[in-house]
Design a protein around this ligand. Structure first.
Ligand code: PRX
Length: 650
């Protein structure tokens, strides 16, 4: 019997236009050649990419040293990430980029700033000197707790310049979550702001830092950017205003020549249970991975204005707002606020005004826009767009179709990019000129990535059966460990199969070898002996014309073992009543079969989500089975959603 059964039969397929194919960075021939090399000799493929896309001060002696589960890439090589993102765009053939926009930033209130590569280089050098002045040394950990402002990008690049290790904590986390992360990493310096703008008003950040630091002795200094101008308590001797420190800082700071395996950053992921894991990434392999994938998958060109809507507090922001994009010399747009302020068309307005050409966002945002109605994007000129991307969750085929039609005007290839904080960069995705995309499929592994779907015992599954997504060989952007916890690193990722990385997601491959991510393994439901992933049932619900978003979970049931409970958010203005429940149950049966028919359907205006936009099915499971929720809820975006779902129970 299949480890996970696949029920969804998606047959649509979309070719990139011939105009797109003609101009692509990686054409069909290149892709074919790289796929061949990546499969035959992945080390040679990655070494080729490292040479082509990254500048090294000293070449490496050995491409890979693999002592499972610990990998070292480009051993003996020396480089600097900020040099790759900045300095190399100011010299030689690229010197003209000095006056090209590196970051176009827009604040939520509508204020804008543009930093050229020359400006950004200057600010980064100055702030690197500020950190040195505060006693920061190579290898020291720095915690950042900031809104989406240019100073966040400046700070992390400044860390890389001197070899300090950054740990960005998303600005929506609580003081306790911040304290845990500061203590776990042993951060010496915290960089924050008085506050940031969100949903039309300033929200304070500094008070949370003050709370987090109570009784914490490791932190010596706090640097505070003035963003909102709100009243802010400053502790004498510890707290310093960014501007005061920057005023007299020198703009000369040579980049440190760092070892390829020098730690670059720690980023905490909460996982489903237990203490957050500090995912550790290092320098040379990571930079090679993100720079190469960005260039190939987003087809980055000199003339592009690229916008990834993720916060730098998440890995997507690290890899594809800052490092992978700037290393390619591409203009990266950064936006501070929420998608719907002051009106539901804010994103489309930004795309129109800045003539954005590449747009990368999350399925959760796409579904929110579907719910709000097509009139908002339709009131803007989106003709500058030439490529769209999706990341963070499986994209339901109907959401993909909407993105393709309404945002992409049917002309933009969509890259559905699968990856994780742990993988560092994209591992499964279309390379746009090379594959015909299918809605809901991340298509194929990137060259040099040995991904597979296997059964519980490690055999590749037979299409269309689903199983466990794994990566069978080390890759350059892979995590190097969990900060301070090698045992947990081995247990979490390397204990199910020998020397094979377990991603924790369910997936299946179709007859053409394409990968379809089916949701997290822990969320798989066992219905009368059939193991069913969440994605397919949710996609069947979302394919109904009145549904914007859906989450399904299993609830214990005497008869079937587990019964499916669906939480459904209708499109605004659509009637949600008993008839719709019947209609939806019938619809799911028709789409994917009676086995997946929800036993119960509940309507809700919103689903509980993490601050990065992922549906928290764990909480829905507790609600569906009438249990109290235990475990970490600090990442929950809006607790009132859970409260109102629980009230509905009474
Ligand atoms: O479950 C997969 C889902 O997001 C998880 C990784 O989350 P995180 O570490 O926060 O990184 C998110 C940004 C890379 C994965 O294990 N996921 C991510 N991208 C996709 C996806 N699921 C399906 N399709 C995707 N394209």
């Amino acid at each position: 019997m299949a480890d996970i059964e696949s029920l969804l039969k998606e047959k649509r397929s979309f070719k990139p236009s011939s105009e797109f194919v003609k101009q692509a960075n990686w054409n069909k021939k290149t892709i074919k050649e790289y796929r061949k090399l990546g499969a035959k000799d992945p080390e040679r493929f990655w070494a080729k990419m490292a040479k082509k896309n990254v500048s090294w001060f000293t070449p490496w002696k050995k491409v890979l040293e693999w002592k499972p589960p610990f990998a070292k890439w480009f051993v003996g090589g020396k480089l600097n990430v900020s040099y790759n993102c900045l300095d190399r765009h100011l010299v030689g053939d690229n010197a003209w980029r000095r006056n090209k926009a590196a970051i176009i930033w827009e604040g939520e209130p509508g204020d804008t700033r543009v930093l050229t590569f020359g400006d950004l280089h200057r600010e980064v050098c100055k702030f690197a000197n500020v950190m040195k002045g505060l006693g920061v040394k190579k290898g020291d950990r720095i915690a950042l707790y900031m809104p989406m402002i240019p100073e966040l990008a400046i700070s992390i690049l400044a860390c890389t310049r001197i070899g300090a290790v950054h740990s960005v904590v998303f600005g929506g986390f609580s003081a306790e979550a911040l304290r845990d992360r500061i203590e776990d990493a042993g951060a010496k310096l915290v960089i924050t702001a008085d506050g940031g703008y969100r949903r039309g008003s300033p929200h304070a950040l500094k008070p949370a830092v003050d709370d987090a630091l109570e009784g914490v002795s490791v932190v010596e200094n706090v640097v505070v950017v003035q963003r909102t101008g709100q009243d802010t308590r400053m502790e004498a001797g510890r707290d310093h205003w960014w501007d005061d420190l920057m005023k007299d800082a020198s703009a000369k700071c040579p980049p440190a020549k760092l070892d390829s395996e020098h730690p670059l950053f720690i980023l905490y992921t909460s996982g489903t249970t237990g203490k957050p894991k500090g995912i550790l990434h290092t320098t040379g392999g990571y930079l090679t991975h993100v720079t190469t994938t960005a260039k190939a998958i987003f087809d980055l060109k000199e003339t592009d204005t690229y916008w990834c809507t993720a916060d730098i507090g998440w890995v997507t922001g690290h890899s594809y707002v800052v490092y992978g994009i700037l290393a390619n010399g591409t203009t990266s747009l950064m936006y501070e606020g929420v998608p719907t302020h002051p009106a539901p068309d804010r994103f489309w307005d930004i795309i129109e005004r800045h003539r954005v050409t590449i747009f990368y966002t999350a399925p959760t945002a796409i579904r929110a826009f579907i719910r709000l109605g097509d009139e908002h994007p339709k009131s803007h000129d989106l003709s500058s767009l030439r490529l769209l991307g999706s990341v963070g969750e499986p994209i339901n085929p109907e959401a993909w179709m909407w993105y393709h039609r309404v945002i992409g005007g049917k002309r933009c290839p969509i890259v559905d990019t699968f990856w994780q904080t742990e993988t560092g960069g994209i591992v499964i995705s279309p390379i746009p000129a090379g594959v015909d995309t299918k809605p809901g499929s991340a298509t194929l592994p990137f060259p040099g990535i040995d991904a597979e779907v296997v059964t519980e015992t490690g055999e590749p599954t037979v299409p269309p059966d689903g199983g466990f997504l794994v990566i069978r060989r080390p890759w350059p952007g892979m995590l190097r460990g969990i900060w301070g916890d090698p045992t947990r690193y081995k247990e979490t990722y390397w204990s199910q199969y020998e020397n094979i990385y377990l991603a924790g997601d369910g997936a299946h491959r179709d007859a053409s070898g394409f990968f379809w991510i089916m949701g997290r393994i822990v969320d798989v439901m066992n219905i009368s002996g059939h193991r069913i992933g969440t994605m397919e049932v949710e996609s069947a619900l979302v394919s109904h014309q009145k549904v914007a978003e859906a989450a399904v979970v299993g609830r214990p049931d005497d008869l079937t073992g587990t019964a499916i409970v669906a939480f459904v958010t209708p499109i605004m203005g659509k009637e949600a009543g008993p008839e719709l429940i019947d209609e939806l149950r019938g619809h799911v049966t028709k789409q994917i079969g009676a086995i997946a028919k929800p036993a119960q359907i509940r309507f809700t205006d919103a689903l509980p989500k993490t601050r990065s936009g992922k549906i928290m099915r764990r909480l829905l499971r507790d609600i569906a089975s009438g249990k109290e929720s235990v475990g970490d809820t600090t990442t929950l975006e809006d607790y009132s959603v859970v409260a109102s779902l629980r009230e509905g129970d009474e």
